[in-house]
Design a protein around this ligand. Structure first.
Ligand code: ADP
Length: 158
């Protein structure tokens, strides 16, 4: 049984994240979406809010589980009995950071591999940061995030 972790901040989950989740869930037997609880990043949404939004938008995918975590990714992966970590790659700018992170994790624990899925072209520009920037100025984010996330964002900005 192949078990993978897709970790991230998901502040909030976008259609780009959801695309990676759907595609990875087809490849592995179980996909754990790890929601990073890191207050140093000053997230807009609390970890509970991020987890709840992810649960709602993935409820139709049977082999996906949403789990919050703090601390080292490889510790979380071990705790969950995961074989690999999945990350999404959008552009060349993601590459350096992702390469460094995957190599560091591999040094810390050589039994855990990182697998990259390249973004679907229609989401290659999309990030949680840009979605939040649009929302701050009252822009329409409905084409970038699932409907319930757009509603939550609107509430947050009030
Ligand atoms: P982090 O704060 O760890 O970068 P994010 O929530 O921003 O977490 O992203 C989690 C993962 O999803 C990362 O691997 C990131 O590259 C990927 N990702 C984010 N947006 C997209 C997108 N539009 N298309 C594909 N992958 C994406």
């Amino acid at each position: 049984m192949l078990k993978a972790i897709y970790p991230g901040s998901f502040d909030p989950v976008t259609n780009g994240h959801l695309d990676i989740i759907r595609r990875s869930a087809k490849i592995v037997d179980q996909l754990i979406v790890g929601v990073l609880n890191n207050n140093a990043k000053s997230p807009l949404f609390s970890v509970e809010e991020r987890v709840n939004m992810l649960k709602e938008v993935t409820k139709d995918i049977e082999n996906v589980k949403i789990v919050p975590f703090a601390g080292l990714l490889i510790e979380f992966a071990k705790e969950q009995g995961a074989d690999l970590v999945i990350r999404g790659l959008r552009a060349i700018t993601d590459f350096e950071y992702e390469l460094q992170m995957s190599q560091t994790n591999h040094k810390l624990d050589s039994s855990i591999e990182t697998m990259f899925l390249t973004t679907s072209i229609e989401y290659s520009y999309l990030s949680s940061t840009s979605v939040k920037e649009i929302a701050v100025f009252g822009g329409d984010v409905s084409q970038f995030v699932p409907k319930i996330v757009a509603v939550e964002l609107e509430q947050k900005m009030k």
